[in-house]
Design a protein around this ligand. Structure first.
Ligand code: ZN
Length: 148
């Protein structure tokens, strides 16, 4: 009986997450296709950073058959519409960040993991004079770290 109710609870969670993701996709002008829902549910349930390869591998682990091209296209569509942020820390791969407000990152070059640094925890002084006719759009800092 207890495992039965636990299962129901989990199922409810899944359905609730799916409904939330569907709403967010529509809010950002994205038609909720099967692939978008699946990837959205993976990326948007908690704040997280994943590369396209990581999303692809996790979907395969869960037994979903999806092509790499679909994963790339879906993530690009998410980024284009502003549903996720792209973080270019590693020239060989792009990370997709479910937190879209401005914040900073630690990037561990040994593990390839990205961690958030809350904006309040880091202050930037002495910003150099900007080139003429420009203004700051965004200020995002990546601190590269490695294991000792
Ligand atoms: Zn982040």
């Amino acid at each position: 009986m207890s495992s039965f109710s636990l299962e129901c609870f989990n199922m409810d969670d899944v359905i609730q997450l799916k409904t939330q993701v569907e709403k967010r996709l529509k809010l950002y002008g994205l038609r909720p296709t099967k692939a978008r829902l699946r990837i959205g549910m993976m990326l948007l349930d908690h704040p997280k950073h994943l590369s396209a390869e990581q999303v692809f591998e996790r979907l395969l682990e869960k037994g979903h058959s999806i092509s790499k091209a679909t994963v790339y296209n879906t993530l690009n569509a998410f980024a284009e519409k502003g549903l996720v942020n792209q973080v270019a820390v590693d020239p060989s791969r792009m990370y997709y960040d479910s937190t879209t407000n401005a914040h900073h990152h630690f990037f561990n070059i040994d593990t390839g993991q990205l961690f958030d640094i809350p904006s309040d925890d880091l202050s930037v002084e002495n910003i150099p004079r900007l080139p003429e006719n420009t203004k700051i759009q965004d200020l995002e800092i990546v601190i590269k770290i490695k294991n000792k």
